[in-house]
Design a protein around this ligand. Structure first.
Ligand code: NCD
Length: 311
């Protein structure tokens, strides 16, 4: 029996150092299984609901692919705001009770902060938070940490840079909380002044991580182990003029990489990227967002589903 059996994953805060390494170990094990038939037996007979109230490419399909590779079947709701009883005014609480009757677990993305916790309170079945508003995105943090661990061989004593929308970016919030489990890390935070990391998160994680806020790419140190670039979250702005003003405040250009990058640097992005990374960077071997990072996402999610659901 592992610590995850039948549990929810709502926030990365639930996890200990030991838990994270258990997930990494399970991920390494699952990616070694080459026989699809063996994989198909792991969750044979299970049904997993994917309930995505916000648009998604990677998270939705990597969870769908992870479930299917393990032999589970999926009940897929992309866009329930247009295709489910949500249109008729059904509450989240009611929908969750319905879907949990039909399935063994619910993976949910929602536009409202805290929605995953509400869902979990209304069902005995495991709920996995696939992003709740500008709150958290714990499985993204797990795949990001796994990717950094694989490349840097440690999650201690690293220097990193996180850039972009630190206010609304849920992947950033979860990643920083994840890093705060490990000692001696220094993270530079580069964002427009309007999109600084929320104070509460800054205060909590700065007990464990040395956080340094910077406001110009000229202040990026040259010894970073990773750069984690993010897009400005257009959908969180009530005033689109405000978004337009700051959407391209920090662009990762070839010139910047030449000036501030080093040969061992890894460049990450949770995706989608919408112009904040110069196209040419995609070909640089240090840019792993369209390679290792998304591939690891599927394996980490397979490991997690196996730990939560297999009998
Ligand atoms: C992110 C998200 O949805 O929070 N995407 C993802 O899941 N990989 C990042 C984003 O939308 O900017």
């Amino acid at each position: 029996m592992n610590d995850f059996k039948n549990s929810d994953l709502i926030s990365i805060d639930q996890l200990s150092n030991k838990n994270i390494f258990e997930i990494f170990k399970a991920t390494d094990q699952i990616r070694k299984i080459k026989d699809p038939k063996k994989l198909l037996n792991i969750l044979k007979g299970k049904i997993i609901t994917l309930l995505f109230y916000e648009p998604s490419s990677r998270t939705f399909s990597s969870f769908a692919s992870a479930s299917k590779r393990l032999g589970a079947q999926t009940l897929e709701y992309q866009n329930p705001t247009q295709t489910s009883s949500y249109v008729k005014g059904e509450s989240l609480e009611d929908s969750i009770q319905v879907f949990s009757t039909y399935s063994d677990a619910i993976i949910m993305r929602h536009f409202q902060n805290g929605a995953a916790k509400i869902a979990a309170d209304y069902t005995q079945k495991p709920v996995i938070n696939a992003g709740d508003g500008s709150g958290e995105h714990p499985t993204q943090a797990l795949l990001d940490l796994y990717t950094i661990y694989k490349k840097c061989k440690s999650l201690k004593g690293l220097t990193g840079l996180i850039t972009g929308d630190l206010l609304y970016g849920r992947t950033v919030h979860s990643l920083l909380k994840g890093f705060s489990i490990f000692p001696n890390n220094t993270i530079y935070l580069l964002s427009p002044k309007e999109l600084k990391l929320p104070k509460e998160i800054f205060q909590t994680v700065s007990n464990k991580i040395k956080l340094i806020e910077i406001y110009s790419d000229q202040e990026i140190p040259e010894n970073c182990n990773f750069w984690y670039w993010t897009r400005v979250q257009k959908e969180r702005f009530s005033d689109l003029k405000e978004y337009e003003k700051i959407k391209t405040s920090f662009i990762l250009t070839k010139k910047l990489l030449q000036k501030k990058g080093n040969k061992n640097l890894i460049i990450m992005h949770p995706l989608p990227k919408v112009g904040e990374i110069e196209l040419e960077i995609d070909k640089d071997p240090r840019a792993i967002y369209l390679r290792d990072q998304i591939q690891n996402g599927m394996y980490v999610r397979m490991a997690l589903l196996k730990m939560i659901l297999s009998t």
